[in-house]
Design a protein around this ligand. Structure first.
Ligand SMILES: Nc1ncnc2c1ncn2[C@@H]1O[C@H](COP(=O)(O)OP(=O)(O)OP(=O)(O)O)[C@@H](O)[C@H]1O
Ligand SMILES: [Mg+2]
Length: 241
């Protein structure tokens, strides 16, 4: 489904921030990528949605080499990946419902079904009936839930969550993490980037460690204090040398 093969990224100033990245993700997996600030987590996510191109190597999603796809097909790739941004990127002068509705409209969702879909999404992420509130009227944890609802609104097969618990207290972080696990159990492939290694101890997720732009480990935890491993999660691993 996702394959990074010898992918490197240098920004225009020449600094190599991702260096020879190799990993594959199978449908249904839950992958947590940890790494300190500046390790390259957000850069990796931006490569995945083809917001950036690798300077070397290749990234393939469902058989499509992201460096070779035609510009007109870029939106098709982006629709496959729901992205939860590190800084939320919710539109502050639109309500929670309007923020989600925009994604549904772009995804071609029938307009008369949109209110019902939004109500269902908000129920699922744990902020029912908040569609008419503006982001400024929500707590940080609630904004994060709204951002998750927006990212999964158009039912993308892949969800990339960039530091989704960054500004939240421990209990709320665990709740958000559980929510991502539930989304994964419902069939979505989830990749979560975080500097919070304590979440790893609570989860059966596959764990990649990024350090200074390199993957230094790719492991699997077999026990969970939070929940059973997703029934859809695959345990297949592949690290290319
Ligand atoms: N547009 C850019 N131009 C030049 N350098 C950049 C750019 N964006 C990021 N970088 C550099 O790339 C490195 C990796 O940044 P990135 O944002 O991917 O890290 P991160 O792991 O997401 O960090 P954090 O945990 O703080 O979010 C950093 O050293 C950063 O300064
Ligand atoms: Mg980041």
């Amino acid at each position: 489904m996702i394959d990074f093969s010898h992918a490197s990224k240098a920004y225009t100033n020449g600094d190599v921030v991702l260096d020879d990245i190799n990993f594959s993700v199978s449908p249904g997996e839950f992958v947590v990528i940890t790494g300190k600030s500046g390790a390259g987590k957000t850069t990796l996510g931006r490569l995945l949605i083809r917001d950036l191109l690798p300077t070397k190597g290749k990234i393939v999603i469902d058989g499509e080499d992201l460096s070779k796809i035609k510009p007109k097909n870029i939106p098709l790739i982006r629709r496959k990946i729901g992205f939860i941004f590190q800084d939320y990127k919710v539109i502050l002068d639109k309500t929670v419902g309007e923020n989600i509705s925009m994604v549904l409209e772009i995804g071609g969702y029938a307009s008369k079904k949109i209110p019902e879909k939004i109500a269902h999404l908000l129920e699922m992420v744990g902020i029912p009936k908040k569609e008419n509130l503006f982001p400024g009227q929500l707590s940080g944890g609630e904004i994060q839930r709204a951002a998750i609802a927006r990212a999964i609104a158009a039912d993308p097969p892949i969800l990339f969550a960039d530091e989704p618990t960054g500004n939240l207290d421990k209990d709320t972080s665990i709740e958000i993490f559980k929510l991502l696990q539930k989304i994964n159990a419902d069939g979505t492939t989830v990749i979560m980037a975080t500097h919070d290694v304590t979440l790893i101890d609570l989860s059966p997720a596959r764990h990649l460690t990024l350090e200074k732009g390199k993957i230094i480990s790719d492991s699997e935890k077999k026990t969970s204090a939070l929940s059973e491993p997703s029934p859809t999660a695959k345990t297949k691993r592949k690290i290319k040398k």
